[in-house]
Ligand binder design. Structure first.
Ligand SMILES: [Zn+2]
Length: 419
């Protein structure tokens, strides 16, 4: 971000002509994204840019195919405005790498899933040969998905992954639950898919996804907790994505809740995720039902929805532990919003009051964070993967969570009147 533009939401900074045009292009794309369909006049009011500047930039965006003119509005008198919206013929391939499955989907710029496939992982997929075969399967599925949208504009590939990813090199740093941990997984994927990919930790990707397609709005203090086979968190604090040393920030799933607790995949004992993850819920169910097993968390959710008492007890205990960890994080990080991502959110009406009661019981101030479930727990990570690509392409001069501010150019060029 241009240093001269930090601070208020819409200060006017001075930048070189080219940089200013790019920044103002970001501002307008952001406004279109948030308010579509929207007229040029409203874009000028929303952004603070001159109407003539809006007209020029919108014209460029139409030429580039990022936005399209839509229907005409109605006014009591005068010229009828044409509403602008993002061109939903832009699509990306989102890939969600989980320890047991790889979910893949073709997703348009408005977050709609156009086609979806799942590649299951065998429990034994640990060797180099296993990984090679998996990459081949992913590449084949990617080609099939792209083939269903050959007439659309393909913008790239985004990957959300269970594990921590180095911000610059995209090398895997930490992924204790995944059988395919491979330091240069991103490079392997790029080779298999034949093009660059954007790769990010799943919880961080969900921050991008919910900012782009979901409910986060402009909140600057957000904690995302991704509950799956493990627990990962993404942290947007003071409007900045927290990365920490080497990009490892967010591994609260491995803070010790109980010394001497069950062994965690990280090698320690009693970590938050051995009490609060999907795997923990399966263990609780086994304990409560005297050794009965369910094969997957999806099955456990099905039993709970059918009113199975032991399944409900297992989900409730898992939720209590999720809440216990969230209360600790809330005290330490002061988030305004906590976004919960995961299949467990399909039981949100049952889970929410339990989480709220934990936060209230442990609160150190009268106000507690707002708790929300991801728009769709099952596909939030896929949408997050797609959002990585769109964010990089469209917001080249703004970081996640930072206000985008208009910039003034040095030039006095005469701009054409808008239509
Ligand atoms: Zn651990």
């Amino acid at each position: 971000m241009n240093p001269s533009l930090k601070g208020n939401p819409h200060p006017r900074g001075v930048a070189s002509s080219e940089t200013a045009r790019e920044i103002n292009r970001d501002v307008l794309l952001h406004s279109v994204h948030c308010h579509q369909p929207v007229s040029r006049a409203d874009l000028a009011r929303l952004s603070g840019l001159q109407p003539s500047t809006v007209s020029v930039i919108v014209g460029q965006l139409i030429d580039e195919g990022w936005v399209v003119p839509g229907e005409q509005g109605r006014l009591p008198r005068g010229r009828r405005p044409t509403y602008i919206k993002l061109n939903d013929r832009h699509v990306t391939l989102g890939i969600d790498l989980r320890p047991d499955n790889v979910h893949m989907a073709l997703i348009d710029i408005n977050g709609n899933l156009l086609a979806r496939e799942t590649v299951p992982l065998a429990a034994s997929q640990h060797t180099d040969e296993d990984l090679r075969q998996l990459l081949q399967q992913i590449a084949q599925t990617a080609r099939t998905l792209r083939g269903t949208a050959s007439d659309l504009r393909f913008d790239g590939i985004g990957v959300s992954v269970s594990g921590r990813v180095a911000p610059e090199s995209h090398r895997m740093l930490f992924s204790p639950n995944a059988p395919w941990i491979q330091a240069d997984l991103c490079a392997e994927l790029e080779r298999a898919l034949g093009m660059p990919v954007e790769m990010e930790n799943a919880a961080n990707a969900c921050l991008y996804g919910e900012r782009w397609f979901g409910q986060l709005g402009q909140s600057s203090h957000v904690l995302v907790v991704s509950v799956a086979d493990g627990i990962g968190t993404g942290l947007l604090i003071d409007g900045r994505l927290l990365r920490g040393r080497d990009g490892m920030a967010g591994e609260f799933g491995h803070m010790t809740l109980e010394e001497g607790g069950p062994t965690c995949a990280c090698g320690n004992r009693g970590c938050w995720e051995v009490f609060a993850s999907n795997r923990a819920a399966l263990r609780y169910y086994r304990e409560f039902s005297s050794g009965n097993e369910v094969a997957s968390f999806t099955q456990l959710l099905g039993l709970a929805k059918d009113g199975d008492l032991q399944a409900l007890r297992a989900i409730d205990r898992m939720t209590q532990y999720i809440g216990r960890g969230l209360a600790i994080l809330s005290a330490g990080l002061a988030p305004e919003t906590i976004l919960v991502v995961g299949d467990c959110t399909t039981l949100w009406p049952r889970i929410l009051p339990l989480l709220e009661s934990q936060l209230i019981a442990k609160a150190i101030r009268p106000c507690t964070p707002k708790l929300i479930a991801a728009t769709d727990g099952g596909i939030a990570r896929l949408r997050g993967a797609a959002a990585l690509v769109f964010h990089k392409l469209l917001f080249r001069h703004s970081e996640l969570g930072q206000p985008i501010s208009i910039a003034e150019e040095h030039t006095d060029a005469v701009l054409p009147a808008w239509n």
